[in-house]
Design a protein around this ligand. Sequence first.
Ligand code: BV8
Length: 238
Amino acid sequence: MTARPHNIVILTGSGISAESGVATFRDKDGVWAKYDYREVATPEGFAADPALVHRFYNDRRRGLSSVAPNAAHFALGELEAGVVARGGAVTLITQNVDDLHERAGSKNLLHMHGEISKSQCAACGDIRECGDDLSVALACPVCERAGALRPYVVWFGEMPRFMDEALDAIASADLFVSIGTSGSVYPAAGFVSDARRAGAPAMELNLEPSENAHLFTDSRYGPATKIVPAWVRELLGG
Ligand code: BV8
């Protein structure tokens, strides 16, 4: 019987939210099939056409009010509670900007690509919840600068958030699990190599093999709402 993992690090991508009705990025009808990421998910794109970028994020933010966490999100919330109850830890690093992990009970959560439900002021740095649409006409409630508010998300070419915390957790993990990501965006896609170098086994739970499937020591394929709850039940001895 292998020892029960005590320090689990999980990386999620848009695939875990797919069955909640949130679009993935690179599937055939995904976000990047409809938009050019250089126009809507880069600082250059925002500088060139802020109204387009605000429309892109306003539409996705509005969409969040009609989706709910699915069985995979809830299973990860249960996993964290169960592992913490037996003195361990679960660190959940998500590339997703939706709030479905929080709504499903996950607590130790690092949004490395930001959160669509928050705004950031490019002038004073203030970050706060923003339920409504953002626009260039809006002034920052702190520094009162107009036109400086942007979505609190990490664009291509920008430094992901919480990298120190993420790499610290990976360095002391005894299990690394990647769920619902194509493994095509770095540095997130490099985390499995960081975990393997630290000596941890690495498992991929995905609809199909990702671009870095060969780097994992174990894998299970199928819809997240099926394979994630089954894996959590096994781990918690349910
Ligand atoms: C940076 C913003 C450096 C918010 C996003 C090497 C090293 C470092 C960087 C680079 C590098 N090479 C290239 C780079 C640059 C770049 C990059 O990686 N480019 C790629 C395209 C090659 N990386 C960056 O720019 C990053 N920044 O490196 O900064 C730096 C250093 C110093 C100083 C300054 C900067 C920043 C990257 C973040 C970009 N922001 N999003 C938003 O709009 O959402 S990226 C975007 O892709 C999302 O965050 C998304 O989460 C992420 C990854 O996509 P996935 O989540 O994996 O989604 P995808 O559709 O691809 O896959 C879905 C998967 O789910 C599939 O496998 C599918 O099979 C599966 N699935 C589907 N349905 C289900 C399912 N699985 C289970 N069940 C289902 N039902």
